[in-house]
Design a protein around this ligand. Structure first.
Ligand SMILES: Nc1nc2c(c(=O)[nH]1)N[C@H]1C(S)=C(S)[C@@H](COP(=O)(O)O)O[C@H]1N2
Ligand SMILES: [Mo]
Length: 427
């Protein structure tokens, strides 16, 4: 991140200017502070006059104290207590795409449980040739895979249906995280138990339960179970955190977070869905006419500008600036993201930091100039199926305002001349 304080060393500065000319953003104005009269340049600082911490000061490191406000946060009035509740990833302060586990949102129905690997058991039963029980160690002996996927709670952005409500990308869009999972394909374990007894697999289901009191039971069509679902035990290289399902959770790429059963305990092969609480009274969408949609598993393409945003105002004045955000789709790759500064009247195509990956977060940037005026900032994602993220108005026309889940509308931030931003609705 460019600060407006230090003067860049000559060589760096020249390369930098060349780069700036190439992208045509005229970044030459940024970083124009003077060395003269700046004690941070002219005087030897305290940190250069003594020794720093030894290597074992923090055997498992935490972020430096100055980043101490980049934490998960909950919204107290949303739920009666913190046991059956949710908190939000500080997406306004992160960059790149990988969410560190320590600040990845949590959603529990009966609290996060402490389950030792030694006490861990996974049962596969029902219409299988041989019902099996795996220990943690057993699972680690099957061939494993690594994949990066986003997990989005279906309730993400759910508070915004009726109007702009929560003031910050963390709260409007922070029920999402994106990690690199290590795990065994669910297919492998089902095949180990043998699916001959299930006969024709095209109309079969699996019912998935967690070991916590809520169990969070969900039915999953066999087709998905045999496709890309993972029985995961590592995230971002290390063991799952307790709050994310240690020691083993289900990873259901592109599908609503509720199906990502944590503390995975039992998988039953069945000839139909269970229609449990979590897939009937919850995680269904009531439409205008009072009927409800069910089995809305896939997360539609969505995006949000993470900076600037209400918790991440512009602090540097007019001139070069980076607008940044995240885009994702439960149906595959993000192919393009457009950014509007005028509430959707005109659009510019953003730069994707990397080509979109299937069912994973994609980082976008718009390297641009700020004239110091107001902006109505929006982003609009497109995925490989040709789907375009809808406006709030368009979504309401189809879905009405009774919904909680699956709100993937275009978000607007009103950026003011003083650099502050506010959650507003323009369509
Ligand atoms: N066993 C169990 N699994 C669960 C839940 C739960 O309460 N218990 N919550 C679900 C919901 S609603 C979501 S959105 C995701 C959240 O995963 P996270 O807490 O790792 O962010 O886990 C799902 N899996
Ligand atoms: Mo959820």
């Amino acid at each position: 991140m460019m600060s407006d304080k230090p003067t860049l060393p000559k060589a760096t500065r020249r390369t930098f200017l060349k780069g700036a000319a190439a992208t045509g953003t005229g970044v030459a104005l940024a970083g124009a502070a003077k060395a003269e009269g700046d004690p941070l340049i002219t005087e030897v600082q305290s940190w250069a006059q003594g020794l720093g911490d030894g290597v074992d000061a923090t055997p498992y490191g935490l972020p430096i104290q100055f980043e101490g406000d980049v934490v998960r946060r909950n919204v107290e009035w949303l739920t009666a207590d913190t046991i059956s509740s949710i908190n939000f990833t500080p997406i306004h302060a992160l960059d790149g795409t990988i969410t560190p586990q320590g600040c990845a949102f949590e959603r529990h129905h009966s609290g996060a449980i402490e389950l030792r690997k030694e006490d861990y058991r996974l049962m596969i039963n029902g219409m299988v040739d041989t019902p099996l029980v795996f220990s943690y160690e057993d699972i680690e002996r099957f061939p494993r895979e690594n994949h990066v996927y986003f997990c989005e709670c279906a309730a993400n952005t759910g508070m915004e249906w009726a109007g702009a409500q929560l003031n910050g990308a963390q709260f409007t869009h922070g029920m999402i995280h994106n990690m690199e999972y290590t795990g065994v394909p669910l297919r492998t374990l089902l095949e180990e138990a043998g699916l001959g007894a299930a006969g024709d697999l095209s109309d079969k289901w699996v019912y998935i339960e967690g070991a916590d009191a809520s169990s969070n039971g969900r039915s999953l069509p066999m087709e998905k179970a045999l496709d890309d679902v993972l029985v995961a035990f590592k995230a971002n290289g290390e063991a799952l955190r307790m709050e994310h399902g240690y020691p083993v959770r289900l990873v259901v790429p592109g599908w609503e977070g509720n199906m990502w059963v944590k503390w995975l305990r039992r998988i039953e092969v069945m000839d139909g869905p269970v229609e449990s609480r979590e897939e009937t009274s919850k995680y269904t969408d009531t439409l205008e006419d009072g009927t409800s949609r069910k089995w809305t598993w896939e997360m539609d393409a969505k995006s949000v500008v993470t900076s600037p945003s209400p918790q991440s105002p512009i602090t540097h004045g007019p001139g070069p600036m980076v607008i940044s955000g995240l885009a994702w789709s439960g149906r595959g790759r993000i192919t393009r993201v457009d950014v509007s500064k005028d509430g959707g009247k005109t659009w510019e195509t953003a730069r994707l930091a990397k080509p979109g990956e299937k069912m994973a977060l994609t980082r976008f940037y718009l390297d641009t100039e700020w004239d110091g005026g107001e902006m109505l900032l929006q982003s609009r994602a497109m995925d490989e199926t040709g789907y375009v993220q809808p406006t709030k108005e368009a979504l309401r026309e189809v879905r009405g305002e009774n919904s909680i889940y699956h709100n993937n509308c275009i978000q607007t931030w009103w950026v003011k001349p003083n650099g502050e931003a506010e959650n507003v609705e323009v369509s």
